[in-house]
Design a protein around this ligand. Structure first.
Ligand code: PLP
Length: 496
């Protein structure tokens, strides 16, 4: 009896403290100000209203150390104190990926309505993995996936997929499905051959390793001068490998390479993949949503013939980081690689007619990614997305022409919205090391200014500056600013 009383007393004590976690519910119920919510919205308001004046990049890796003074502790801190720290460590420190001046790394978006979707997803804590438990969340994701399948041109009856955390994991999922569909089992791996070009995103190599396929034979297919796969070279390599008794099973094409937005000849690769029964995967993590534009559709003809496609909403749909997608022509392939029934999930079994992300992905409990994608698409409609994507392609073409006028060399004409360029001063012609150093200096100077942020890449031992235009906030003024800055820097260098 005494034990029961002390148990109840302890429960009361614990409940009084534990209920503090529910504190905002009461504030909202009674229309009182909720300090953390006020601070968070004030933060967002300040951030967005000052964004045009903020720098895109400020090199600073020391300020964030301030966080060390705020270890996790038993007692709460005041909201005002906590948000002051956030301002200190986030504002004007390092990359500002929300800035229109971010022209460096296939920028990433951060649409405001997506943030509202995330907010509601977290407040309601909707589960989004099993149809039986959360039909609306799963249906929402499935309909978004259906829309992406239509965009690619996949048949409605069998295709499917799911939202991932990004392109790397989406590519991993496609590779695992391909591995199982083509029965690349342990003893076969050292004789199994994978084909792609040097332009393939490095995550594909990482994914092959993670999928247990590091010992596969990797063939880098030669490219043409536009850094696109030479289809006839692919066919010749496959023929040679077959003669050697090897097992060609996977070809990965890029639809928008990260370095220069090259698009491999998808139709020709599809013909070869069909002929030799290879799984045909297209990494369109960056390029995929350009299918929303007429130009993009023309350039990616044949993408519907791929067995699997990766396209990232956190790239071409301007969603916040953490939103990728993998879609496959036959959803059974993802199901075969990922599906499991667990005893404690037996109530969900009658609902297998609607695909649940749990059935086709390695995840179980997961972020409700669908809402952050669905809400902006509903509230904006598709028109501004199409316009923004075409604008980014044209801005890149504009830069291509204008930077040439400044005396810069360029790489191939940009297929989408990434391109390369470099300055070769007359007195350094032929001296690769000096030209590389010269361009590295230009990059340093642009980024020290910080109003725009650029990157570089290395191709055949040559250092190239790189322009990546995919922030929804990047417009004509940002590109003109970069052009003016480049002109000034080159003029200064010539005088020095
Ligand atoms: C073509 C391509 N594939 C894959 C990835 C990797 O995507 P994530 O960074 O979302 O993992 C990227 C990233 O830029 C990419 O451009």
């Amino acid at each position: 009896m005494e034990t029961l009383v002390s148990l109840q007393n302890r429960l009361q004590e614990l409940e009084a403290t534990a209920r503090k976690l529910e504190q905002p519910d009461e504030a909202f119920r009674t229309d009182r100000v909720e300090p953390a919510a006020e601070e968070a919205f004030a933060y967002a308001r300040h951030f967005l209203s000052t964004l045009p004046e903020q720098k895109a990049f400020v090199e600073d890796v020391t300020t964030p150390r301030l966080l060390q003074q705020y270890p996790v502790q038993d007692e709460p801190r005041e909201a005002s104190e906590v948000f002051t720290v956030l301002h200190r460590v986030f504002d004007n420190v390092s990359l500002n990926a929300a800035s229109g001046g971010h022209l460096a790394y296939i920028p990433g978006g951060g649409l405001y309505y997506a943030a509202l979707g995330d907010y509601l997803a977290a407040v309601t804590n909707k589960y989004s993995t099993v149809f039986y438990i959360s039909p609306a969340a799963v249906k929402m994701e499935n309909l978004l996936i259906r829309w992406m399948c239509e965009l690619v041109g996949y048949p409605a009856d069998k295709s499917g997929g799911y939202l991932t955390s990004g392109g790397s994991l989406a590519n991993l999922s496609a590779i695992v499905a391909a591995r199982d569909a083509r029965e690349v089992k342990a003893e076969r791996i050292p004789r199994s051959v994978v084909y792609f070009t040097h332009q393939v995103h490095h995550c594909v190599l990482k994914d092959l390793r993670v999928a247990g396929l590091a010992e596969c034979v990797i063939r880098e297919v030669p490219m043409n001068e536009a850094y696109e796969m030479r289809a006839e070279a692919l066919a010749a390599m496959i023929e040679a490998d077959l003669k050697e008794g090897l097992y060609p099973w996977l070809v990965v094409a890029s639809a928008g390479s990260t370095d220069i937005s090259a698009i491999d000849p998808l139709n020709e690769i599809a013909d070869i993949a069909e002929k030799y029964k290879l799984w045909f995967h297209v990494d369109a993590a960056y390029g995929g949503f350009f299918l929303l534009t007429e130009m993009g559709k023309q350039k990616m003809k044949g993408i519907h013939r791929a067995d699997s496609v990766v396209m990232d909403p956190h790239k071409g749909l301007f969603m916040p980081y953490g939103t990728g997608a993998v879609i496959v022509k036959d959803v059974q392939t993802l199901w075969r690689s990922n599906h499991f029934d667990a005893n404690y999930m037996q109530d969900a079994i009658p609902y297998h007619d609607e695909i649940s992300p749990a059935d086709i992905s390695p995840e179980l409990s997961r972020h409700f990614r669908g809402l952050r994608v669905w809400l902006p698409l509903q509230l904006h409609g598709l028109k501004p997305f199409r316009a923004a994507l075409e604008e980014k392609m044209l801005l890149t073409q504009y830069f291509y022409h204008e930077v040439k006028k400044l005396g810069f060399e360029t790489g191939p004409f940009p297929e989408l919205s990434v391109m390369i360029y470099r300055y070769v001063p007359a007195h350094l012609k032929g001296n690769i090391t000096a030209i590389n150093e010269y361009n590295a200096k230009i990059l340093k100077k642009v980024n020290a200014d910080g109003k725009v942020f650029i990157s570089s890449t290395s191709l055949n031992g040559e250092y190239w500056l790189r322009l990546a235009v995919l922030s929804f906030r990047t417009h004509h003024t940002h590109i003109d600013y970069l052009l003016q800055l480049l002109k000034k820097i080159v003029e200064e260098e010539q005088l020095s």
